[in-house]
Design a protein around this ligand. Structure first.
Ligand code: PLP
Length: 500
């Protein structure tokens, strides 16, 4: 009985059960009922651990019911040789002035989501065994660009599973799309959905809470689960790298044991930054959690005013993985702040009916007291940040990371805080070569791969081989559907492929 729903604290399940179901049956998200606590000595001792050893210290505490032996084998398989730099899958790059880019994009799909999605298939297939489930697991995923590919890469040909990925038609970069539609594996489907990411994500959420559909699938031997960050199995692995970042900063003496650090996180669905908050609540010395948004700045407004209001235009930007107005994981933060399922229900009900809710001064003060602050960066400032970072530090950042770096600059100017700060570098710049070239004052070639080549020539850096390798792969998926056709697509995917 270790997890409960944000909308019903009496709905208690195990970690395995939370991971297997993804979303709680009442539409809420599963949250731990108590958090582990790491002592200063335990944290200081992480200085000498490599990534896998650090993961083995942290993960078991967030996944009760999974043994350390079991997790150790999953960790080895997930991070062993799937990342570019085997002995340091998440390198820190010093940018001077106590500022670091914490690079989380050296995995198979060149974005931070690999950290969670290389591990999730192991956690999920094991969860099915622990829960005595012998049904085929159909993974349903809405993606704003990076989750989809990372999930496909994680679940392709995993026995007993199939995966259906939905992305907003026209709402992701060309390379992100090609990464997905060329995916191999006999248990995968990729579909474009007319509308934006919020439409796609809402479509997926509707499917999850549709009891009639669930029963129909169940009769056919299929159980739905999610690879989105609504799944606890996505969040737990992300907590690890906050501890790891801290341990590296200790090792290179940017921090003394116990000294606080700031994390600045380019944010969309609020999963990544929330993992940082879990790390903080479990004892990691974190001062500020700086939430960075692009022009879709609903979170900046929320964190500054306490009013969440999606009644605003939706913009497509050069940081498409953050083009989101409804940040699912905020619900988990609200629950943690007020510890009141009735209140959370009220907020979510108002969000559904009016697209707007306010949390009041008391909760807002609490939010700030926990270290949250927020800044946003429009397209012009993001582009200048890319150019300036390249000019000043010869450091090439992707547009999402640039939003983070620009937020960090704004924070430092506004608050005059010189605390050592790690900005999470969430994707490889080569995933967004045309946007980067434009930011650097170049005229990008139309074709995404030619843009990658042009960016390599302009910067003298090499693009990840895995991105270049997509060129020339056959396109396997080219269907565009409407939101109302999503159920059928799921059914079709689940029944098309034989059970493993
Ligand atoms: C998903 C993603 C984000 C946003 O992360 P959330 O956990 O959704 O807040 C930021 N940058 C990149 C490159 C991403 O893929």
């Amino acid at each position: 009985m270790e997890f409960c729903s944000t909308r019903d604290r009496k709905l208690n399940v195990s970690a395995a059960n939370a991971i297997l179901s993804g979303l709680a049956p009442d539409g809420g998200l599963f949250v731990p009922t108590a958090l582990p606590s790491f002592s200063p000595a335990e944290i200081a001792a992480m200085r000498d651990l490599d990534y896998n050893a650090c993961a083995l210290k942290v993960l078991p505490k967030f996944l009760p019911g999974y043994s350390p032996e079991e997790l150790s084998s999953y960790i080895k398989r997930a991070y062993g040789n799937n990342f570019d730099v085997a002995d340091d899958p998440a390198p820190l790059r010093a940018l001077g002035d106590g500022l670091f880019a914490f690079e989380l994009f050296h995995g198979p799909t060149c974005a931070f989501k690999d950290f969670a999605l290389q591990l999730l298939p192991h956690l999920l297939t094991s969860a099915a065994k622990k829960c005595g489930c012998d049904q085929k697991i159909a993974i349903l995923t809405a993606t704003s660009g990076d989750t989809g590919k990372a999930a496909l890469e994680g679940f392709a040909d995993v026995p007993g599973t199939c995966i259906c990925v939905f992305y907003p038609d026209g709402g992701i970069s060309e390379i992100q799309r090609l990464q997905m539609v060329t995916q191999n594996g006999n248990n995968v489907s990729v579909l474009a959905v007319r509308g934006n990411f919020d439409d796609t994500q809402n479509g997926v959420k509707e499917i999850f809470t549709d009891k009639i559909f669930e029963a129909e699938l169940s009769r056919k031997g299929v159980l739905l689960s999610s690879a989105n960050s609504i799944n606890w199995g996505r969040l737990a692995p992300q907590i690890v790298y906050y501890f790891y970042a801290y341990s590296r900063l200790l090792k290179n003496k940017a921090l003394q044991p116990g000294e606080p650090v700031n994390f600045c996180v380019p944010t969309g669905n609020f999963g990544n930054i929330l993992a940082g908050y879990y790390a903080k609540k479990s004892g990691l010395p974190v001062n500020r959690l700086i939430c960075a948004s692009n022009r879709n700045n609903v979170l900046t407004d929320f964190i500054n005013t306490g009013v969440y209001d999606v009644n605003r235009p939706f913009y497509r930007t050069d940081s498409p993985s953050m083009d989101i107005l409804i940040s699912s994981n905020l619900e988990r933060l609200l629950f943690m702040l007020c510890n009141d399922d009735v209140k959370v229900n009220g907020f979510m009900e108002r969000l559904r009916s009016n697209g707007r809710y306010g949390i009041g001064k008391e909760l807002l003060d609490k939010l700030h007291g926990e270290g949250f602050c927020a800044y946003d960066s429009d397209e012009t400032d993001t582009a200048s940040c890319i150019a300036e970072t390249w000019k000043k530090h010869a450091y090439l950042c992707d547009p999402h990371t640039a939003v983070g770096l620009d937020a960090c600059r704004q924070y430092r100017t506004a608050r005059d805080d010189r605390t050592t700060t790690a900005v999470l570098a969430t994707a490889s710049p080569f995933k967004f070569a045309p946007a980067i070239l434009r930011a650097l004052g170049q005229n990008p070639p139309e074709n995404g791969f030619e843009a990658i080549g042009a960016l390599e020539r302009f910067t003298g850096l090499s693009a990840p081989e895995r991105l270049k390798a997509i060129r020339g792969l056959p396109i396997r998926f080219d269907q565009t559907i409407s939101r109302s056709e999503m159920r059928n697509a799921v059914l079709h995917t689940a029944l098309k492929w034989p059970t493993g």
